[in-house]
Design a protein around this ligand. Structure first.
Ligand code: NAD
Length: 497
């Protein structure tokens, strides 16, 4: 397929800059998916000015009218679903089944937000004084910077862009530098859907050169960031420097599947295959720790290793592929580093993953799973830090309480799955484990747009994506109206002068 030339999109116009970067297919880096402009502060200034200008008229429209634009956009996503699915797979390496799921989730988000235009977006509440009506209203914040990661290149941008514009904000969107062409495709559809100039603007480029000035821009009222912990923490610090600026940061995880002694072991094996190896372990919610009751660990491990050996690794464009490549060469190095750390820390290696070469692997970033057994010790690097790759620890524990203690021994708090047949046990785990996304008898992965998606502790600062983000892109304002001829104050406050 011919490479696509992506452009910036500012104030309704497609723009280039002096230099470009390439987006390569991680399964076969000889294929250039496209090129995109490198942007910096000058482009950020233009895009934010356009968004600021467009805000004045966009905020005047009703929620219903704004939702109608989103409805048109949803229909375009549906029309181009196959094209988007294949583009996601070619640009970020996910198997086509996952590329399709990403596109379907994008569609669901658009459908959901289109519907939300017609539900109450504020409400009336009773006042202490009978003659007063009080309201809680949701008002937009202004220009919102949406900075997104590469691993869900169509769904995650829409988790944050669509609630923003539905609520009357305008947006400057910076997609990840690994997946600019997916960002470009979304922008083409926004353009075709007829969003007015300046409502959604797109800038391509690197985090330091383009994302950083965007985050720091004085006219950006809020930042919706999804990505790594290091960058999220930095963005929180930048936002804290401007008292008016708000940052929602959704970051990484050191997620786990907890398997209790009464678990259905076959179900547990499947949950841990899906949880650990979908998207080649490059989901924020990927299971990288399997915390298992030592009574059932030998049976589980034998079956698990057997099944991992059957995983089909290859170019994701083939339907039969289960696990695609890592996104870039640096991810292979990071995977090796985590594997080496695990060995240094005493891992008993069960599957020594390797870098795959030759044949269809020759030009891609392919590795096979690295799986090890590890006796728990507090403060162990490999059991606490995100590897974001097929790197999985099996940690035998003694019962329910130790399982949760081990689970909580990380700074992160994103996704937790527990496998058990006993409702009292999953309830105890639910109430004592620290997570933003919890699952019972399921893998630690899986999102639906009408649920909040986010974490606690170092994984997120309490403003989850998808369903959860509407609260982050609106100010809740109190508004009180007096219908009497005289003024009567609440709390018996005197009005005599
Ligand atoms: P990343 O942090 O490297 O990049 C994310 C985005 O931030 C990119 O668009 C990047 O260009 C931008 N960026 C980088 N430096 C910046 C700076 N100084 N200022 C402003 N923007 C900057 O993350 P990634 O590698 O794209 O994604 C992987 C990470 O994202 C993993 O840690 C994963 O767990 C996390 N993630 C979290 C969620 C969630 O919902 N919690 C979802 C998906 C991925």
């Amino acid at each position: 397929m011919a490479p696509i030339t992506a452009k910036n999109y500012v104030n309704g116009e497609w723009l280039t800059t002096g230099s470009t970067f390439e987006s390569l297919n991680p399964a076969d880096q000889r294929e250039v998916i496209g090129t995109a402009p490198l942007s910096g502060k000058a482009e950020v200034d233009l895009a934010v000015a356009a968004a600021k200008h467009a805000y004045e008229s966009w905020r005047e429209l009703s929620w219903v009218k704004r939702a109608e634009y989103i409805d048109t956009f949803a229909q375009l996503i549906k029309r181009d679903l196959t094209e988007i699915s294949e583009l996601v797979t070619r640009e970020c390496g996910k198997p086509i089944n996952e590329g399709r799921a990403d596109a379907v989730e994008a569609l669901h988000m658009a459908q959901y937000m289109a519907g939300l235009g017609r539900v109450p977006n504020g409400y009336a509440v009773s006042s202490e004084i009978a003659a007063k009506d009080a309201f809680i209203l949701k008002k937009p914040k202004g220009v919102i910077a949406c900075i997104t990661p590469w691993n869900f290149p169509s769904a995650i941008p829409l988790w944050v862009i669509l609630p923003s514009v539905l609520a009357g904000n305008t947006v400057v969107f910076k997609p990840a530098e690994q997946t600019p062409i997916c960002g470009h495709k979304l922008m083409e559809l926004f353009h075709e859907a007829g969003f007015p100039a300046g409502v959604i603007n797109l800038l391509h480029g690197m985090g330091e050169d383009c994302g950083d000035p965007l985050v720091k821009h004085k006219d950006v009222a809020a930042i919706l960031f999804t990505g790594s912990r290091a960058v999220g923490k930095y963005i929180q610090q930048v936002a804290a420097g401007d008292a008016f600026k708000f940052a929602a940061t959704e970051m990484g995880g050191k997620n786990a599947t907890i398997i209790l002694e009464d678990a259905d072991i076959d179900l547990a094996v499947n949950a841990c295959i899906l949880g650990a190896f979908k998207t080649t372990g490059q989901r924020c919610v990927s299971t990288s720790r399997i915390i298992i009751d030592k009574k059932v660990e030998p049976e589980f491990t034998a079956k698990y290793i057997e099944k991992i050996k059957r995983i089909k690794i290859g170019n994701g464009i083939k339907e039969e592929t289960f696990m695609g490549p890592l996104i870039e060469a640096g991810s292979v190095d990071k995977w090796k580093f985590h594997n080496q750390k695990a060995e240094e820390e005493g891992a008993e290696v069960l599957l020594r993953g390797e870098v795959l070469t030759g044949g269809e692997y020759e030009h891609g970033n392919f590795v096979s799973p690295f799986v090890y057994r590890m006796q728990y010790r507090p403060n162990t690097f490999c059991l606490r830090e995100e590897a974001f790759s097929p790197h999985v620890a099996i940690i035998p524990v003694d019962g329910l309480e130790q399982a949760v203690e081990v689970y909580n021994d990380t700074d992160y708090g994103l996704a937790m799955a527990v496998i058990t047949e006993d409702y009292r046990k999953w309830r105890w785990v639910r109430d004592h484990a620290e997570f933003g996304l919890g699952y019972v008898n399921l893998p630690s992965i899986g999102a639906e747009v009408h649920l909040p998606f986010g974490g606690v502790k170092a994984s997120g600062n309490g403003h989850p994506g998808a369903e959860g983000i509407l609260d982050a892109v609106t100010h809740r304002v109190a508004f009180t109206v007096n219908h009497a001829k005289e003024i009567v104050m609440a709390q018996g406050l005197s009005t005599s002068v």
